[in-house]
Design a protein around this ligand. Structure first.
Ligand SMILES: [Zn+2]
Ligand SMILES: [Zn+2]
Length: 459
């Protein structure tokens, strides 16, 4: 692959070039009113000048034609050589300049090259709960809330810790049913009638099941059977560790089956929602690494991977929500924290993300943070991991590069982009204006989608 180092074009020389181009067209029209034949020399200075001598003109005032370099009598600009030689193959968009004029205008050219382009996409957003890790603690039996062991929100709980004690007459009678069924089963067990035996065993099984549905654990049921006396209180334990984020009930309240008492969020993984501008979407892909900082830990860089890009745009802000899945084992990130993020996007030709760190890796199609070395199944969702290449990644540093031109090359006129291409095999530098289709801008480069070939030279 060839790479051409580009010298940034100075603004002044760009303006000069533009003026030259305008002047060039004007001059062409003036010099060849019809048919492309040079008219007889007119005007004192032109007539006096020998045929080989160059004529000097002003880029702003093409009517000024003087035999020697100097300043324009109208505006004082330095004159440039007016090369109106009668070349044959100039198209309507073509512009020929003498080598002197090219040098004078300080015109820089660059080759159209293929390379991977990088672009930093800055975004801001907020830490949020991982919605798949939020569980609601509900009562499984009607009764009265005797004791709430977590008094306020924000308290961390561990898996298996007691949360609620409920006084429940319903549960009390269900426990009695089981104890009676067990007594009956034992009595019938001594009789020889099989049919009675089967029926009593079924009753024990169904009453046990009822207690399980009321939220009693197997251990609690065994304890009840061993004790032999019912207890009208039942304790609810935390099904998962996390932070109590909502407390919806008060001690002493009467509740029905299915009433919500607490909401617990497991913060070992969190979500970060970022706002991306419409124009930045081209740079963002599933699974992409995004680094970010939060105010609470200045100077500390955290990472997450793009798990979801909202398919619809927020009408008001013209932004799209981008969700990161972030590991938070140490609990540093708290929901609501403001996040300032940067996605360092490297894009290839097919719009794929270049990430050399993922070479040979496999990723879950649903959980980009789950990365493995082979076809394992995702611990989060059980899906088979896929090779990252199948998920739109390129892992070679220079794989599948895009066609680019220097960002200073195109003249952008609202809807259209025009590039001056240096035509090859011409004795004198000749430039052709061409309308091209550009992709996104990436720093010093514009991605070219259509209109240019690799190796062409642009101004
Ligand atoms: Zn002038
Ligand atoms: Zn998964």
């Amino acid at each position: 692959m060839t790479r051409t180092d580009r010298i940034p074009m100075r603004t002044t020389s760009r303006i000069t070039l533009l003026l030259l181009l305008i002047a060039g067209f004007a001059l062409g029209r003036w010099a060849f009113p019809a048919g492309g034949k040079a008219p007889a020399a007119s005007g004192e200075s032109a007539a006096a000048a020998p045929a080989v001598e160059e004529i000097w003109t002003c880029a702003m005032h093409p009517q000024v034609r003087l035999p020697e370099p100097g300043q324009c009598p109208i505006c004082g600009m330095d004159l440039i050589p007016a090369d109106a030689g009668g070349g044959s193959s100039l198209g309507p968009r073509d512009l020929r300049m003498s080598p002197d004029a090219v040098a004078l205008a300080d015109i820089q050219t660059a080759k159209v090259v293929r390379r991977t382009v990088a672009h930093d996409v800055p975004m801001v957003g907020k830490v949020a709960y991982d919605e798949t890790r939020v569980s609601t603690i509900t009562t499984w039996v009607p009764g009265r809330l005797e004791k709430l062991f977590v008094d306020y929100t924000g308290v961390p709980v561990r898996k298996g810790e007691h949360l609620v004690e409920i006084y429940s007459p319903t549960l009390f009678s269900a426990q009695q049913e089981l104890l009676q069924a067990i007594v009956a089963e034992k009595r019938i067990g001594r009789s020889s009638l099989d049919i009675l035996h089967t029926a009593s065993t079924a009753t024990v099984t169904s009453t046990r099941e009822k207690l399980r549905l009321y939220g009693m654990t197997d251990a609690q049921i065994e304890e009840l059977v061993a004790r032999g006396t019912p207890d009208e209180r039942v304790t609810i334990y935390a099904p998962t560790g996390g932070i109590v984020i909502h407390k919806k009930a008060l001690e002493g309240m009467y509740v029905d089956e299915g009433s919500e008492v607490y909401t617990i969020a497991d913060l070992s993984k969190v979500w970060v929602f970022l706002d991306a501008y419409e124009s930045d979407l081209v740079w963002l892909r599933y699974g992409q690494d995004v680094r970010f900082t939060v105010e609470a830990y200045p100077g500390r860089t955290l990472h997450g991977r793009v798990a979801f890009i909202d398919p619809s745009l927020d009408d008001r802000t013209r932004t799209v929500k981008v969700r990161l899945n972030v590991e938070n084992e140490d609990g540093l990130l708290k929901p609501g924290m403001f996040v300032s993020a940067v996605a360092e996007a490297r894009l290839s030709d097919a719009g794929k993300v270049v990430d050399t760190n993922l070479a040979g890796k496999w990723m879950c199609p649903m959980h980009p943070e789950v990365i493995g070395d082979g076809p394992e199944s995702c611990p989060e969702c059980g899906m088979e991991l896929k090779p990252v290449e199948e998920l739109g990644f390129i892992t070679e540093p220079d794989g599948d590069p895009v066609l680019v031109i220097p960002a200073t090359a195109p003249l952008l006129t609202g809807k259209r982009a025009v590039v001056y291409v240096k035509l090859p095999d011409r004795e004198e530098p000749t430039f052709q204006g061409r309308v091209v289709t550009l992709g996104p801008r990436a720093g010093d480069w514009y991605v070219v989608e259509d209109g240019l070939e690799e190796g062409e030279t642009v101004v």
